[in-house]
Design a protein around this ligand. Sequence first.
Ligand SMILES: [Zn+2]
Length: 151
Amino acid sequence: MGSVGSIIQCPNCKGPAHEEFYYKSGEVYIMCDLCGYYEAHELDRDKIEKNNIKDLRLLTEEYWTHIIQKPIACINERFEKFGRMCVVETGTVEEAIKELKKNKDKIGPDKEWKSITLNWYSDNKHYSYDVETDKMIEVNVEEYTDEINHY
Ligand SMILES: [Zn+2]
């Protein structure tokens, strides 16, 4: 199904977030790799199938689900050819860092990971921790603001 991707302001941390809009179904997904925010407005496909609805225009409110997730932090893994993000839903940032440090020896050139960073948003500030260098930095989100499409 066709979709349009754009950069919007994250509803949680105000940083740049990725929005994917599926224009045939009207479904919208928002993901932020600075804070891990995730939002989905999607169709309840089980319900649609159960009621045998073929025309998406006939779908009322009850066929939509709205999910919002504000996790503790976001793990960004970079491999040779692609990246992957996943969220930390329970525990603390400190615990997540401790857990990620176990992979330290597997990060670097010609190793399993190119990099692993942990990003989180706290007290109106963005932080990023690099597992390989064991350094935490404050991310200046202003640098990204130009990327945001203002509607
Ligand atoms: Zn965010």
